[in-house]
Design a binder for this molecule. Structure first.
Ligand code: ATP
Ligand code: MG
Length: 405
């Protein structure tokens, strides 16, 4: 079928007033951004729906992109016709034939906005239904749950036919939920948490800590590559890399082993919150979930969270690893995440970190290091880049394999 436009329906229709206006405006912007390399399209975001006129562009690649835009409930490829009923009959028949298999049933569902059109909805249903019954041997009409549903809309500017509704990504348009930073490691969890944060409309900047020479160039490249995997949901993503070697070395030298991990995490969160503030962001997201590892007990979270008043959001907090992995596979980050490059945290984590650190002791041990100087040094050394969907950072295959061996 040669479709002429795609009609997009919004999610979470309960949003009203100003919020709703912002929602529609942002969604229009995000759709335009995600389809920017299809020059023939015309995109109009209206109060109740968004229309993408194809102007000869094939529908499928456009629909594949739309599937990744948050805020879309579903969409339908449509054919727009002039108000010529013979053409409508032919096209409806063609649509049915394209899907028909023996034993299937169908239904015509007409809506009429143009009350001057020569037929009313019942007449249109009857005429089109009759035409299909006469031309598709064996097919029957079924009112409830037909296999094939042809929707006909008679509008002022033409007649629109569609027979498919495709599920969208749901959620809220990225940008309507404010701006936060994401603590992104190279692991399985933080990319999934990023995806879920963006799904609620939050624009996220990635903050990644790395510790050369203890962590390799490839570990940094992996975090960037993970960012490019999920950048499609946001258009593009700012990536902030933070040098953490000096802080880790000093903490390791001065703090008792049981508290190394807690104090290291406090330092990471403190630096991240400062970066958030510098960028005007209002919260910090992490990929933590309760009970997974030593740093992810409530006592640990209390001792680590102590360094900031900013909201720390943990979209995975109550998810099982298997559920998290399922999403990682869906968003295509899993295979990358499991590549075995050392993370700065694993390298400096002692064999037996305290799972229930004491808050007062934590605060006291931390006084052994020069927090302000280490923070300043890390923040002075940050580098920022903008990452677009599909960009490659790990294409030096030989290096990758050399490290794996
Ligand atoms: P992940 O799979 O996201 O690495 P994890 O289960 O391995 O999580 P940790 O490695 O303890 O758990 O990390 C917990 C969270 O701390 C991560 O989800 C991430 O938000 C943050 N984090 C860990 N390492 C880094 C890093 N190098 N840079 C930025 N954030 C990090
Ligand atoms: Mg990890």
């Amino acid at each position: 079928m040669e479709y002429t436009e795609i009609m997009v329906r919004y999610g979470e229709l309960s949003t009203k007033g100003k919020n709703r206006k912002d929602f529609i405006k942002q969604l229009g912007k995000n759709v335009r951004h995600s389809l920017h390399d299809f020059p023939g399209l015309e995109i109009r975001a209206q109060y109740d729906r968004l229309h993408v006129a194809l102007n000869g562009t094939p529908a499928q690649p456009v629909m594949d992109r739309l599937k990744g835009v948050f805020g879309i409930e579903n969409f339908s490829p449509m054919i727009k016709l002039e108000k010529d009923f013979e053409q409508v009959k032919d096209t409806a028949l063609e649509m049915v034939k394209a899907q028909y298999k023996p034993g299937m049933t169908f239904k015509i569902n007409t809506k009429r906005q143009d009350h001057n059109f020569e037929f009313d909805t019942n007449q249109i249903n009857d005429k089109l239904g009759g035409h299909i019954l006469r031309n598709v041997p064996g097919i029957e009409v079924q009112m409830r749950q037909p296999d094939i549903m042809i929707k006909v809309e008679v509008r002022l500017n033409g007649i629109f036919l569609t027979s498919e509704t495709i599920k969208g990504a749901g959620g809220l348009p990225v940008g309507t939920g404010g701006h936060a930073v994401m603590m992104l490691s190279g692991g399985i969890d933080s990319p999934v948490a990023s995806y879920l944060g963006m799904k609620r409309g939050v624009k996220l900047d990635m903050v990644h800590f790395f510790s050369p020479p203890y962590t390799s160039e490839q570990a940094l490249a992996k975090a960037k590559e993970l960012t490019s995997k999920i950048a499609g949901y946001a258009g593009s993503i700012q990536f902030v890399q933070v040098p953490f070697t000096k802080a880790q070395e000093e903490i390791k030298e001065k703090v008792p082993e049981g508290y190394l991990m807690t104090i290291q995490r406090r330092m990471m969160l403190r630096i991240t919150a400062a970066i958030a503030q510098l960028r005007g962001a209002k919260g910090v997201f992490t990929g933590e979930s309760l009970g997974q590892v030593a740093s992810q007990t409530l006592e640990s979270m209390l001792a680590i969270n102590d360094v900031t008043n900013m909201p720390v959001l943990r979209p995975l907090v109550s998810m099982d690893k298997t559920e998290i992995i399922k999403i990682a596979e869906q968003i295509d980050t899993y295979d990358l995440s499991i590549l075995p490059f050392e993370d700065c945290c694993t390298i400096f984590t002692p064999p037996a970190p305290k799972t229930r650190p004491d808050l007062e002791k934590t605060r006291n041990f931390e006084k052994l290091v020069d927090v302000d100087a280490l923070m300043k040094e890390a923040i002075d050394g940050i580098q920022v880049c903008n990452i677009r969907p599909g960009e490659n950072f790990m294409n030096q295959q030989e290096d990758v394999f050399a490290e794996l061996l």
